[in-house]
Design a protein around this ligand. Sequence first.
Ligand code: TGC
Ligand code: FAD
Length: 392
Amino acid sequence: MRPDLFEAPDYYNLDELLTEEHKLVRDAAREWVKREVSPIIEDYAQKAEFPKQIIGGLAEIGAFGPYIPMEYGGAGLDQISYGLVMQEIERGDSGVRSTASVQSSLVMYPIWKYGNEAQRQKYLPKLASGEWMGCFGLTEPDHGSNPGGMVTNFEDKGDHFLLNGAKLWISNAPFAQVAVVWAKDENGRIHGLIVERGMEGFSTPETHNKWSLRASATGELIFDNVKVPKENLLPNKSGLGAPLGCLDSARYGIAWGAIGAAMDCYDTALRYSKERIQFDKPIGQFQLQQKKLAEMITEITKAQLLAWRLGVMRDNGTATSAQISMAKRNNVDMALKIAREARQMLGGMGITGEFSIMRHMMNLESVITYEGTHDIHLLITGLDITGLNAFK
Ligand code: TGC
Ligand code: FAD
């Protein structure tokens, strides 16, 4: 891959909406991605391997639990800072952002919000430092968009729970020490259980042959009569709303992250359009190429404003789940369209690993599917504005 010459577009001077702390956090993450991710990521994506050596660096830039209080090892930042960190990481690679999203929003968040003090003390500091990595098991082979139908279940055996079932498409599963697993009790009520690597009957086979998120490890979680200690049940929230509450936090981060991928594609195409000569002119001089670039920066700017406003509402506690769905859906779709256009602007070079665009494009096919598909988020908006439920 070529040297990382990324310059972040800020067409509407949106930096003026950020505090000094936001910019410090953002710039530290940006520098780290340039130094530690860009030089290696293409190679790891080609090898279909997660670069484990960056775990310590991710922890240092506050990517593991950005908004988790410092007393538990988190960075204690606000939601805008959290979003900016996700934006910068995904500028490097969506798979690396996935690892951070899962650790923060899907593992640390439920332990912090739904766990008891002993669970917080035991798990959060180790997860914040990256000493332990986590994964989140909600999706099952037969229950993706409708997780409420899950069949993974546990029985109360007196001194422990007995867990059975399987989860599919689980980010970080192949190497995670800790899994937050959603399963039904004997009454069909959904609860979160903390399952640890090494428990008998628990295995995590890796999913191979992905053309997307190749630098992120994905796998299954298989529970074959796993004895889970009773103290590993998350006591403070149950029902489908518990895992969906975690998804709100992760989807918000993705709304920012997708902007990073889009910015990288736009910046690459813009630079290429000034350097590539055809018909004795830089291709950027042709109206068709200018149309593509002008539409890209317009869409990026709109997405930046949407994410920033959502962050403000998250910080003052007024953002709704439906508003988060709108931002996740819009911004990922925006990024995917920009990746496709940018790839065309590079002609044949656009399909190679010399440039990041094709990798972003393939990654975004997962991002538009996970954390609720493009269709599901549209139906959530539809329900919110009409009051009529397409899922029932
Ligand atoms: P429904 O009856 O609407 O809701 C059940 C209960 O949940 C509450 N609720 C929420 N609570 C918090 N946050 C949200 N976003 C919530 N949405 C709903 C709701 O109020 C209700 O509470 P209660 O107290 O009345 O019981 O549920 P439904 O079965 O009709 O399903 C609704 C639907 C389709 C929107 C939902 O199930 C959904 O979002 N499906 C998409 C599934 C999904 O997003 N899976 C993601 C898996 S994790 C993942 O992809 C990680 S990728 C990680 C990475 O690598 O970055
Ligand atoms: P399905 O639910 O089978 O959907 C298939 C199609 O039907 C989609 O187009 C969908 O939009 C459409 N559809 C479904 N229902 C409706 C409806 N009511 N109306 C209209 N259209 C509908 N899950 C986890 O729990 N943890 C993870 O860490 C995780 N990581 C992932 C990593 C990757 C790389 C991928 C690809 C997925 C990951 N997932 C994870 C799973 C992800 O959340 C699911 O793939 C997603 O929710 C969709 O479920 P599904 O794949 O079963 O598709």
